[in-house]
Design a protein around this ligand. Structure first.
Ligand SMILES: Cc1cc2nc3c(=O)[nH]c(=O)nc-3n(C[C@H](O)[C@H](O)[C@H](O)COP(=O)(O)OP(=O)(O)OC[C@H]3O[C@@H](n4cnc5c(N)ncnc54)[C@H](O)[C@@H]3O)c2cc1C
Length: 570
């Protein structure tokens, strides 16, 4: 990727562009790649880092959304299951099959609710019983029967379930396990899609820390969030991929819309070895009587617990509350009553707002998770059309992007020349599909590099086959392991900073790596990484301190890592 300054300079010199995408979440990024593959000149801007909005707040599931069947969203579930399978195949280094287990406490509950909810005759939630869950899982298997990317569901009786999960609530009568996908690091998938786009086309220009601030006639004004300077571009089409900020973005360019009715969802990540051992490699999914769900999800050596669904007005104010923390902990108790989860075990929290369509549904869980495109045609004030991307799931980003890209191509009078259906993402290209092939791949790397097997395995698990290219750029002579993060080396950091548009230290901590999410941040560690990145970026001491402070402030304000106070108060 060419340096940021050069990209800005090129835009100043050539402001006439076909497409401007506002918002570097997964929907903006997916559309960016698709347009790049069609050879369209396209600029993607985000006011912050890529994948730092709703796309950084997901439950990390690549899923069909089994529970949406009850709301009658068959089209969405069918599409999402297909896209789940594609992500498993196209990004095998970053998306893995995930066994998802429902603990079931009743036989019949929810049996009448489901069809009545579907027919919109009631909107009362209820805990799901064995029969409703079994029917849902059968339908889910039916949708995926041809591709066979994941195994079929299994129902286990009480004795077998307790045998497999000894700490599960003994009141269960069954467990039902089906398969979805897990993406421990959605941020890396997003980043690899961006680097793919710039690799495929030099007409694709991504720019983080660049906001849209206003527009008039055929001009859109962008503000560089680093030095506050502004530049103008003249797009033929604007795609508003601002997620929960869509209406705000439209307002800033003089368009009054009320497309979004977002709901906040929060998560906590805890270090609790008893809970981690109890779930094994299964996600647990449980819906209680009031329709609220909890998911308990294995994330590396930690456990991710979520999520809530609360109507909010301002997406910038979405942070976790004490009440949500208490709710998550109480819900874990229902599934694993003897395991003590408490706030002192929280290593990270995150919240985000689902960019759902503005809806009259009485319950937030019943607002459609499907996606749609709203088009505002050009007028005297704004001479370009604006396509606002409403809703959508992480899982379905490719299908949504394809739909948008096709509309854009039609408008520009161009034909699709490449499909993204089987497009292998980043380090998923030429990925070894069997253990034998994997071994062969690692052996070749071993023969070609100075790294040991363990180091190579770690890199391979993070970056897939991108490792081959990375190793070529490594300055192996001067490479050294970090003192506070033994599985990171200076060459790896240097590669990420140079090739992955790291502007701030927090981009590296929270989105290029999983250090922040897994609670690996210590003040010595921050100093060490800050200094290394500072050397690469040419930061002086004052800037390094500023960057470190920025990370600490974000941890406190956005991720509420102040739970010691919470414990004292309660
Ligand atoms: C709590 C929660 C759990 C979820 N769980 C899952 C899940 O497990 N699986 C799944 O498939 N989906 C899940 N989703 C849904 C999915 O994450 C979102 O639908 C998806 O990420 C939306 O992406 P987006 O690109 O539309 O929006 P965003 O990711 O929010 O991107 C919008 C971007 O616009 C930028 N922006 C705002 N204003 C401006 C401006 N003026 N100029 C430039 N840029 C601007 C923002 O910085 C932001 O990065 C979940 C969502 C939430 C919130």
């Amino acid at each position: 990727m060419i340096p940021r300054e050069e990209r800005i300079h090129n835009l100043v010199e050539n402001p006439e562009i076909s497409v401007l995408i506002v918002g570097g979440g997964i929907n903006g990024i997916g559309t960016f790649l698709d347009l790049a593959l069609q050879g369209i000149d396209v600029v993607l801007v985000d006011r912050g880092d890529y994948c730092s909005g709703a796309s950084a707040a997901s439950s990390h599931m690549v899923h069909g959304g089994i529970r949406y069947l009850e709301n009658g969203e068959f089209r969405l579930v069918r599409e999402a299951v297909k896209e789940r399978n594609r992500l498993l195949e196209n990004a095998p280094h970053l998306v893995k099959p995930l066994a998802t287990t429902f603990p079931i406490f009743r036989w019949f509950s929810g049996l009448l609710n489901a069809p009545l909810k579907f027919l919109r005759l009631i909107d009362k939630p209820a805990e799901r019983g064995a029969i409703v869950i079994k029917l849902g899982m059968l339908l889910y298997d039916f949708y995926t029967r041809k591709q066979k990317t994941v195994p079929k569901h299994v129902f286990k009786n009480r004795a077998t379930s307790i045998n497999q999960f000894p700490l599960i609530n003994p009141d269960i009568i069954f467990t039902g396990t089906y398969y979805d996908g897990s993406m421990p690091s959605p941020e890396r998938i997003a980043l690899e899609l961006i680097t793919d786009a710039t690799f495929e086309s030099n007409l694709a220009i991504p720019m983080n820390y660049m906001s849209v601030v206003s527009a008039k006639g055929n001009q859109v004004v962008l503000q560089d969030e680093i030095d506050r300077s502004t530049i103008s571009v003249n797009p033929k089409i604007v795609i508003n991929a601002g997620g929960p900020w869509i209406d705000q973005i439209n307002k800033s360019i003089g368009l009054e819309t009320e497309y979004i009715g977002g709901t906040k969802g929060s998560h906590i990540i805890v270090t609790n070895s008893e809970l981690r051992d109890a779930i094994g490699e299964n996600e647990f999914f449980f819906e209680n009587e009031d329709g609220r769900i909890v998911l308990i999800y294995p994330l590396d050596d930690k456990v991710l617990i979520g999520t809530s669904d609360i109507q909010v007005d301002d997406p910038d104010q979405a942070i976790i509350t004490d009440e949500e923390v208490r709710y998550f902990i109480d819900m874990v108790k229902i599934v694993f009553p003897t395991i003590d989860v408490n706030p002192s075990q929280i290593v990270f929290t995150f919240s985000g707002v689902r960019p759902l369509t503005n809806s009259r549904a009485r319950l937030t869980s019943q607002i459609s998770r499907d996606h749609e495109i709203k088009i505002n045609e050009p007028d005297e004030e704004l001479h370009f059309p604006i396509y606002s991307l409403i809703g959508g799931k992480w899982t379905t980003y490719r299908a949504f992007s394809e739909q948008i890209c096709d509309l854009v191509l039609r408008r520009l009078g161009k034909d699709r020349i490449r499909s993204t259906k089987n497009y292998k993402i980043g380090g998923g290209k030429d990925y070894p599909s069997t253990q034998v092939e994997r071994e062969r791949y690692i052996s070749i790397l071993l023969a070609q590099s100075d790294l040991d097997r363990e180091g190579l395995e770690t890199l391979f698990s993070r970056y897939g086959t991108k490792v081959t290219g990375m190793l070529n750029s490594f300055d192996t002579k001067n490479d050294r392991q970090l003192q506070f993060y033994a599985d990171l080396s200076t060459a790896e950091i240097s590669h990420i900073v140079q090739y992955e548009d790291v502007v701030h230290l927090d981009d590296f901590i929270f989105r290029r790596t999983m250090l922040g999410k897994l609670g690996c941040i210590t003040s010595e560690g921050l100093d060490e990484i800050g200094t290394i990145i500072g050397q690469i970026q040419g930061w002086d001491d004052a800037r390094i301190s500023q960057e470190i402070k920025r990370v600490i402030d974000l941890l406190k304000t956005r991720h509420r890592m102040d739970f010691n106070e919470y414990i004292e108060e309660h």
